[in-house]
Design a protein. Structure first.
Length: 306
């Protein structure tokens, strides 16, 4: 269709429902909107005062350019009582409904997670780091499915499916929900053990070594089991199932190896005594015992001269 000059617009047209007014006048007004190839109002598409006008955009109505055209159509003043709809318009409205409030949902989840972990770990830095690393895990999974499926780097070689050039609208939300929770489980296992070791020894190095040493095999085993389960899941028919399995399997393995196995302990080691900081005002809000930043001499007794 592209080679013939028709374009992809006819694949996903918009519809204009007229409850009153002249269909021909509405079609003429719609045809002048930027991004609209043509508009037609067939005579037999009318019943009494109600008529239907079909709008053929230049670009696919489900693409970003098509949604921009839809916005311009809805912003145009048309004669009569007109409602713009159709399958492509429905998809655009669904996209706005889901992702319009997603930043607020994301902020709420991160804030609640931060508060719960701050009370559990008696720290402001550890829960902040946990939330940021979880978001990094989700972003890595999103990037993986874009690279493998949308761009086609491996989808044809592994599954025999060409690049999709798009990701289903629901998948990023579902991937976020699954991966954020799983990653937080791993984080709680590791950091809680580090917190216990630090409370006993007052040494950050010991806390990092003991935390990774005692939970590393557990987290790695759990990640391998889940990762292999999603590898098997990717053999199911259906491209969306394969995309979902790629995101979860790859995201879990990346999270357990690079993020929890390397970045999380490295950040704890770099931040040192500031990991365990909980000022008085925050402790009062969380209703736990405060944890001020202790002097280096108190934290590193082994480093003092004999």
């Amino acid at each position: 269709m592209q080679d013939s000059g028709i374009g992809t617009g006819p694949l996903s047209p918009f519809d204009a429902l007229l409850r009153s007014g002249d269909p021909a006048a509405v079609a003429a007004a719609l045809a002048r909107v930027d991004g609209v190839r043509s508009a037609a109002a067939p005579a037999d598409w009318s019943s009494g005062e109600t008529s239907l006008v079909t709008i053929i955009p230049t670009a696919d109505g489900n693409s970003a350019a098509g949604r921009a055209t839809l916005d311009r159509i809805r912003a145009t003043s048309l004669p009569g009582d007109v409602t713009i709809g159709g399958e492509a318009a429905l998809s655009a409205d669904f996209l706005d409904a889901v992702y319009g409030s997603f930043p607020l949902v994301l902020a709420l989840i991160c804030a609640l997670t931060f508060l719960l972990l701050a009370r559990a770990f008696r720290s402001l830095i550890l829960p902040l780091k946990a939330v940021l690393l979880n978001l990094l895990s989700v972003a890595a999974a999103w990037g993986l499915i874009v690279l493998v499926w949308q761009q086609g780097l491996g989808s044809d070689a592994i599954w025999g499916i060409e690049a999709t050039r798009a990701i289903n609208v629901e998948l990023p939300i579902v991937i976020f929900a699954f991966l954020f929770g799983i990653s937080m489980d791993y984080q709680v296992f590791i950091i809680s053990r580090m917190r216990e070791a630090y409370d006993r020894t007052r040494r950050t190095e010991t806390a990092v070594v003991e935390g990774i040493g005692r939970t590393g095999r557990l987290v790695t085993s759990a990640a391998l089991i889940l990762g292999l389960a999603f590898v098997a899941f990717s053999a199911s028919p259906g491209t969306e199932v394969k995309i979902f399995a790629t995101a979860l399997g790859g995201g879990i393995l990346l999270d357990a190896t690079l993020i929890r196995g390397v970045l999380a302990p490295a950040l704890v080691a770099i931040l040192g005594r500031w990991n365990w900081w909980l000022p008085d005002w925050a402790a009062r809000i969380l209703r736990v015992k405060p944890a001020p930043v202790e002097p280096l001499a108190a934290l590193e007794p082994a480093a003092q001269p004999v």
